[in-house]
Design a protein around this ligand. Sequence first.
Ligand code: TYD
Length: 138
Amino acid sequence: MQASVNDCRIVELDRHHSDRQGDLSVVENGKDVPFAVKRVYYLYDIPGGEERGGHAHKLLRQLIVAASGSFTVVLDDGREKRSITLNRPYQGLLVVPGIWRELIDFSSGAICLVLASEKYDEGDYIRDYDVFLMNKQL
Ligand code: TYD
């Protein structure tokens, strides 16, 4: 079955609030994410107007969190596009494999935290949009 942008969804993370000491959110394998987290990385110091992403993954699943600030994730399954703005550290966007994504509109100081189901593997990337569309038609 071909992945759809509607297979991607917002996950509400555990949130521990204290009026005086701030907030804390938790992501636990098997509880808050439907995969075992094998890698964590984060994007930061992104200049205004810059875009990231611009690729799809063959197998990788990800939970994308705006740990600070905000940005918009544009999801594209080859038929439909869906834009989701992330601006709450206690929400994650679950992105399934086979979805082209662009990250745009980063606010100043934004931090994009990504929890990933696999270790880094360049072979898992589809970086050419035409190749992505071609794979969708197979
Ligand atoms: P890339 O995934 O293209 O970044 P983005 O989707 O944010 O635009 O990765 C940028 C560079 O960082 C690229 O040279 C590969 C490298 N990289 C790693 O070495 N390990 C990793 O886990 C990631 C995500 C990227």
